[in-house]
Design a protein around this ligand. Structure first.
Ligand code: GLU
Ligand code: ZN
Length: 300
């Protein structure tokens, strides 16, 4: 082993972009962060396309992202998972939860929920309106998971202890929408378990989702991976870079300088010359010098 920090046995990490557009600087940071943490620990790095939501999935974006990763020298170790092809696995998990009697159909409209609930850390807190409705459901219904008042706590590798009381902070959440699309929270948990992911490294915009995912892991009898939530890149208006905020795609003609900028964003202090070198030198330096204690956690 060449690294000074001891390596984690059988590390399996992943990058799970939603293919709503090409790779941009924000997703590049998440890709590089998850890749470096995996490779520093002599681990495997997998890629999963989170193309669950048809209206948000852009034709050709998955291919585009994969080609960019390849061009930048980020090789994935196993076949790419496409969530659009995994409905059967999600349905199985859903039936498993249903057998425990903890799911219920919800026919509330967006407007009804907005009117009757209070704003929480992650959208409005669903007040449980449909929890005990016995009447026959005669229109398309979402399926919600019953939450409880127990505290879910986990230790984030960068942010320390995070605690949430799901019922109070989030409310019963949707696992399958009324249009039959499975929710991100369910799919990500099923897939992280299926792919034996041991370390989840992703943007801090998902920090609030992690307790929901741990709750689901416990209900489904899965092990909980380690979590590290990286700072997210924002634009001048303070919005997260994304397709919706019109983030510019990574320009292949000066990819190296954007990769060095991503390392800088992650606090790794790369030498300036790295941008004039080649991909091999870049990765060699970046893997060898990956230090999570240098990643900034305060600028959000
Ligand atoms: N697909 C999610 C996104 O692009 C990331 C999911 C995850 O890493 O858990 O924001
Ligand atoms: Zn409802």
């Amino acid at each position: 082993m060449t690294n000074t920090q001891s390596s984690i046995l059988n590390y399996r990490g992943r990058f799970a972009p939603s293919p709503s557009g090409p790779l941009h600087f924000g997703s590049l940071v998440a890709a590089i962060g998850s890749y470096l943490d995996a490779k520093y620990n002599n681990g495997q790095w997998l890629v999963r396309m989170e193309d669950l939501d048809p209206p948000r999935t852009v034709q050709g974006a998955s291919r585009d992202i994969l080609m960019s990763l390849e061009k930048l020298g980020m090789e994935w170790d196993e076949e790419v998972f496409f969530q659009s092809q995994r409905n059967q696995a999600y349905q199985l998990a859903l039936s498993n939860l249903d057998q425990k009697g903890i799911l219920y159909p919800c026919t509330c409209s967006r407007r009804e929920i907005a009117d009757s609930s209070i704003a929480g850390i992650s959208g409005s807190i669903y007040p449980g309106t449909c929890r005990n409705k016995l009447s026959h459901v005669d229109r398309p219904a979402a399926l919600r998971l019953r939450t409880n008042h127990h505290t879910i706590a986990f230790k984030d590798a960068l942010r320390g202890l995070v605690c949430q009381q799901l019922e109070h902070d989030i409310g019963d959440f949707v696992l399958r929408r009324a249009d039959n699309v499975y929710a991100y929270q369910l799919a990500v948990v099923v897939d992280d378990a299926q792919q034996n992911i041991t370390h989840v490294v992703r943007g801090t915009d998902l920090l609030d989702s992690t307790p929901r995912q741990i709750y689901l892991q416990r209900l489904l009898g899965y092990t909980t991976p380690s979590y590290m939530h990286l700072p997210v890149v924002t634009n001048a208006q303070g919005e997260k870079l994304s397709k919706q905020t019109h983030a510019a795609p990574i320009d292949p003609s000066n990819a190296l300088s954007q990769m060095v900028a991503a390392l800088e964003f992650l606090g790794q202090n790369p030498p300036k010359e790295l941008a004039d070198d080649n991909l091999a030198t870049f990765w060699q330096w970046a893997i060898k010098n990956w230090r999570i204690d240098k990643i900034p956690t305060t600028q959000e």
